[in-house]
Design a protein around this ligand. Structure first.
Ligand code: SF4
Ligand code: SF4
Length: 364
């Protein structure tokens, strides 16, 4: 089989296994990953903030062959999730959760598909060895996706497909065969800077440069709601994650949204949960509602903290009783955040302006 035929067959199999986005990139002879230099510069400026693992895994991210000396190609993969608006802001939890986290935990969905796809790639003779990664190893995955022609890295740091936008999740399979590579897509951001202007915390400090210290998603996902107090108000209506810089992007205009992956888009048991119910949630209710959900990673306490913060910021009147109840909670952080939310709510009602800048930016 020629390298081109191998590449075509690999992408055909990828599509058959549920990866709408697929492309091939070759590892260069020196093994240095695409965008390694900007990643290193980003770390040196401390923009990884509390994400210490980004620094710890620096060497492998920059040079995949250090850990995978046999790797010759990267099969970059992706699938689109459901990005349609859902729920009533200030009332339903779902309205305050980033779209990628609303579905079934994509790690579980992707891992099952990747195992089968990796086996098929070997069985069909495309490679002798195939190793899959789905947020499970240190890879500069957007950079590899870009190199494999899936899209370009926008000024909001997301991978943007020229036709379908950026509401997609990524994975990779490393192969020991050198397949014919795809051509990287050109950057189409042009003079646009909507994402930079929309970010409520100015976390996009320059085009394509994110300061994770200031990004809401760093705190309400990666750090499970443990944000510094000065960011609580800026969190606005974002309970888990933050879609603001993606929603501002013209490449994510509603008319462009692709048909989402059916498995990622399937409704979850918690979709009907209100903010108030989330604030008052018990461990048993958490286990029932969030089994196999992407939100399980935020943890019970993280979700409650997030909901409390949003209730304070959105002046959600129906959450008041649940917030009052938190005053006697056994957890100090819950008590403290609820106290803040009740006071923030009260002082916000007295302000002449009806909404925070973060609310405005989120379109809530
Ligand atoms: S996710 Fe939100 S806080 Fe982070 S850069 Fe985008 S708009 Fe800013
Ligand atoms: S909003 Fe504009 S600048 Fe930002 S990623 Fe989208 S196209 Fe690029």
């Amino acid at each position: 089989m020629t390298e081109s035929a191998q590449s075509r067959l690999a992408k055909h199999l990828a599509a058959q296994h549920g990866f709408t986005l697929n492309g091939v990139a070759l590892l260069p002879p020196d093994g240095i990953a695409p965008r390694a230099a900007s990643y290193s510069e980003w770390l040196s400026r401390g923009f990884n903030g509390p994400l210490e693992y980004m620094r710890r895994t620096r060497e492998t991210r920059m040079r995949l062959q250090g850990r995978f000396p046999w790797a010759r190609s990267v099969l970059a993969l992706g699938a689109f999730y459901d990005a349609a608006p859902r729920g009533q802001p200030g009332h339903d939890l779902i309205a305050h959760v980033a779209r990628y986290a609303r579905g079934r935990d994509y790690h579980l969905v992707f891992q099952r598909r990747l195992k089968k796809l990796a086996r098929a790639l070997v069985d069909q003779g495309i490679a002798g060895r195939a190793h899959w990664l789905a947020d499970t190893g240190p890879v500069l995955e957007r950079a590899w996706g870009e190199a494999a022609g899936l899209g370009w890295t926008g000024k909001n740091t997301c991978l943007i497909h020229p036709r379908f936008g950026s509401f997609c999740l990524l994975a990779e399979i490393l192969l020991d065969a050198a397949l014919a590579p795809d051509t990287p897509a050109g950057n189409r951001c042009g003079t646009c800077r909507r994402c930079l202007d929309a970010c409520p915390t100015h976390a996009l400090v320059a085009p394509g440069i994110l300061d994770a210290n200031r990004c809401l998603a760093t705190w309400n996902i990666e750090r499970r709601g443990d944000a510094p107090e000065q960011l609580w108000a800026a969190q606005g209506g974002c309970a888990v994650g933050c879609d603001i810089c993606q929603l501002a992007c013209p490449f994510n205009a509603p008319r462009r949204l692709p048909v989402p992956d059916p498995e990622l888009a399937a409704p979850r048991p918690w979709h009907a949960m209100t903010l108030a119910a989330c604030i008052a949630m018990t461990p048993a209710a958490f286990n029932r509602a969030f089994a196999a959900s992407a939100l399980r990673r935020a943890g019970l306490k993280g979700l409650r903290l997030a909901a409390i913060t949003v209730a304070g910021n959105t002046r959600a009147g129906e959450c008041r009783a649940a917030l009052e109840q938190c005053r006697t909670d056994t957890d100090y952080d819950i008590r403290r955040r609820a106290e803040w939310a009740l006071q923030h709510d009260h002082s916000a009602r007295r302000r002449t302006s009806a909404s925070t800048s973060a609310d405005n930016a989120a379109g809530l």
